[in-house]
Ligand binder design. Structure first.
Ligand code: G4P
Length: 307
């Protein structure tokens, strides 16, 4: 499922983010704790490193993620220079209240009582940027918006004495390198339904759940996932939930949506789609497949050469 797009508003969001990066002190990057790398736009890292700006990496929606996996990700990120990782739920006011102080620690040079601490929230769509912004400001501010129809401009607001907060639109990137990232993003609803097929996404999610969270499947659907694969799990969920089309066949689309919705809402339990290890394995496998494919295509013209 190669996913590629670059709507105009995302190109302009990138340009604006690059400009804004020059005028801020700390980047607050919001990611989804269930898929921290897949939900991290590589462009944000590039822009940030280019300007040498420190990053408070928020693993948001940690209330939905597997706590042990979230801990592993935090260790992973906290080893990176200029990065401090924190797991939060943007819906939890006490957790959100810690953020300005953490940003302050990352930009000690701004702490002389004269210069304001300028923070900027960045992240892909649907990771919780607006929820976070509202919680930080303790009031509802208009969403800068990921949809073309919503206002797309950045806004800078006063957070408190000597602190400003800039909000940026959700930013996707032009080409998702790994198919697995596309599926993880779709499962978590960062990519709209028009871009992907629910049944394929549910089968991908199913494979992860079977491998790592069979007990959650058993508890939710009263089924034994042993021996099933992703598509088989979607079918099994459909049977358990009576998803039938006229004539008696299984309504696989409906079954897929049940599985996806149960994951998205946390009804399945706390699930993480990737760990530092699974990600390293996924990348190594994708690179190996790419090298092999390149080898084959280098070979092909030689085979075709006539004697
Ligand atoms: P965005 O600005 O980055 O696009 O994200 P936004 O804040 O709009 O949040 C996207 C969805 O994620 C919202 O759900 C929001 O409530 C939910 N969300 C944000 N942070 C958290 C969190 O820490 N934990 C959990 N469990 N959910 C979170 P929604 O279904 O679109 O709306 P709602 O009905 O839940 O408000």
């Amino acid at each position: 499922m190669p996913i590629q797009w670059f709507p105009g508003h995302m190109a302009s969001a990138r340009k604006k983010a690059a400009e804004a990066m020059a005028a801020i002190d700390v980047v607050i990057e919001v990611t989804d704790a269930r898929l921290p790398e897949a939900s991290s736009n590589p462009m944000i890292g590039e822009l940030r490193r280019f300007r040498n700006r420190p990053c408070l990496k928020l693993l948001n929606k940690s209330d939905l993620a597997d706590p042990a996996v979230t801990r592993a990700w935090m260790e992973h990120y906290n080893r990176q220079p200029g990065v401090r990782a924190v797991a939060i739920s943007a819906k939890n006011a006490a957790e959100v209240a810690r953020i300005p102080a953490l940003c302050k620690q990352l930009a000690p040079h701004r702490d002389d009582g004269t210069k304001p601490l300028r923070m900027m929230i960045m992240g892909i769509p649907n990771v919780g940027k607006s929820t976070l912004m509202n919680a930080l400001l303790k009031r509802k501010v208009a969403k800068v918006g990921d949809e073309p129809a919503v206002t797309k401009h950045q806004q800078t607001l006063d957070l408190g004495p000597g602190q400003t907060l800039t909000d940026t639109p959700g930013m996707m990137w032009p080409k998702i390198e790994f198919d697995a990232d596309g599926y993880m993003l779709a499962a978590s609803h960062a990519i709209g339904r028009n871009a992907v097929i629910d049944e394929e996404v549910a089968a991908f999610l199913g494979d992860i759940l079977i491998a790592r969270y069979p007990a959650l499947l058993a508890a939710r659907y009263k089924l034994d996932a042993a021996g099933l694969d992703g598509p088989g799990l979607v079918e099994a969920v459909g049977r358990k939930r009576g998803c039938l089309v006229k004539g008696g066949g299984l309504d696989l689309e409906k079954a897929a949506l049940i599985l996806l919705q149960d994951y998205r809402d946390g009804a399945l339990g706390r699930v993480s789609l990737e760990t530092p290890e699974t990600r390293a394995e996924m990348i190594a496998a994708a690179r190996a497949a790419q090298t092999e494919a390149e080898g084959e295509s280098d070979q092909a013209p030689l085979d075709d050469v006539e004697e």
